[in-house]
Design a protein around this ligand. Structure first.
Ligand code: PLP
Length: 383
């Protein structure tokens, strides 16, 4: 498909190219100095005293978090249904049960602290929160609940590098924070992820679990810093490689600028849509300073059929849109899991995500809004 406006576009350049070529020149490809550099720079960005463990994806980060925190059979983890399926899948990987909580309101699509509290049972061990679209959850309320009921908090920060709640980086409130560097994320390594934690013992355990449960790395042995290893427990191969870590360091440097560029685009969308299409609602409107502006979802008028029709009609006009998300409890693999989430069920059929990336031009934004206006007219939802 030849899109006039694709859903996302990569911002890569000489910095990433040079970083990767430099790894090749250095002749060391795995778990070496670039991983250490990437981890150190990532944790420094968060401005808190946390350790960072680079992994192969955010899904691996979520899985290892649950494992390292010893979640398992008979445990319940409260999680939003309006998120990517990896959240619930990771809970299932360790044999625990996801319990779906609702979003806060029709304009705040983050997990509702009130509904989390209502869903706590004697089996609840953890709350997994997602900072949807790059807007921080109410960490004051959610941390308070975790403390009050003795629960673990796991933060899925896949949408939210450089996002803060009242000045403190998200990811640093929970037992762990999990980030994604998948190609459509705010910063990318192609595939990749990071786990952060303020607990040094947990960080060590995560490091071991990331590489088969082995206590020393090949690089440490190559350098003569270690001569053997033990395997205290069964781990996984969830390692990131040096090329990706080098690319991550280059991307990290660009992230402040990328975030500003995203913010400007979101502000333009908000301005145009508020003025021209009042029938379209914009979640998180007015949430400004501390967002990472990962995606730009809107709430359309009409039902699911209208939304699906508009998604296709936008594609016919050369504009690629997406949906974030089909609620997890509606997928076949999660059929039968109870989900009392009325606001999610009201909102999800009308969610449409418009294209957003740092180099999206003003002309493209106008093109998207004009296309949306025409599509709404087609479905008799003119302003
Ligand atoms: C909210 C959320 N969680 C988890 C993931 C999984 O990320 P990864 O592809 O790095 O495993 C994604 C990726 O799209 C996501 O959006």
């Amino acid at each position: 498909m030849n899109w006039k406006v694709p859903f996302f576009d990569l911002v890569l350049g000489d910095e990433e190219r040079k970083a990767i070529l430099n790894v090749i020149d250095c002749n060391w490809l795995t778990s070496g100095p670039r991983i250490a550099e990437f981890e150190a720079k990532f944790s420094a960005m968060l401005g808190q005293n946390v350790g960072a463990v680079a992994v192969s994806s955010a899904t691996a980060a979520l899985h290892l978090s649950l494992l390292a925190l010893r979640l398992g059979q008979d445990d319940e983890v409260i999680v939003p249904s309006l998120t990517f399926v990896a959240c619930a899948n990771a809970i299932r990987y360790v044999g625990a049960e996801p319990v779906f909580a609702d979003i806060t309101s029709e304009i705040d699509w983050n997990i509702s602290a009130a509904d989390v509290e209502a869903k706590i049972t004697s089996r609840t061990r953890a709350i997994m929160v997602v900072h949807y679209a790059g807007y921080a959850c109410d960490m004051h309320k959610l941390s308070g609940l975790a403390e009050k009921y003795g629960l673990l908090l796991i933060e899925d920060c896949s949408h939210s590098p450089r996002c803060a709640w009242k000045g403190r980086s998200v990811g640093t409130f929970g037992a762990t924070g999990c980030f994604s560097f998948y190609s459509n994320k705010n910063m990318t390594t192609g595939e990749g992820g990071m786990i952060i934690s303020g607990d040094p013992q947990l960080v060590e355990r995560l490091r071991t679990l990331r590489s088969h449960g082995i206590t020393t790395s090949t690089y440490q042995r190559f350098k003569g810093h270690a001569f053997g290893y033990d395997v205290p427990e069964v781990g996984f191969n969830y390692r990131l490689d040096e090329m990706r870590a080098a690319m991550g360091v280059a991307q990290l440097q660009k992230l402040p600028e990328i975030t500003i560029q995203r913010k400007t685009r979101v502000q333009r969308y908000r301005e145009f849509i508020s003025n021209r299409l009042p029938q379209v609602r914009i979640p998180f409107l007015g949430r400004d300073e501390e967002s990472s502006y990962h995606i730009f979802p809107v709430l359309l008028p009409g039902n699911e059929e209208v939304r699906n029709g508009i998604l296709r009609a936008m594609a016919d006009r050369g504009v690629q849109c997406s949906i974030h998300y089909r609620p997890i409890h509606t997928f076949t693999a999660y059929k039968g899991v109870a989900a009392d989430v009325p606001i999610t069920e009201r909102v999800a059929p009308s969610v449409l995500t418009l294209p957003l990336f740092p180099t999206l031009s003003d002309a493209q934004i106008i093109e998207v809004v004009k296309a949306l206006e025409d599509c709404l007219k087609e479905y008799n939802y003119s302003s």
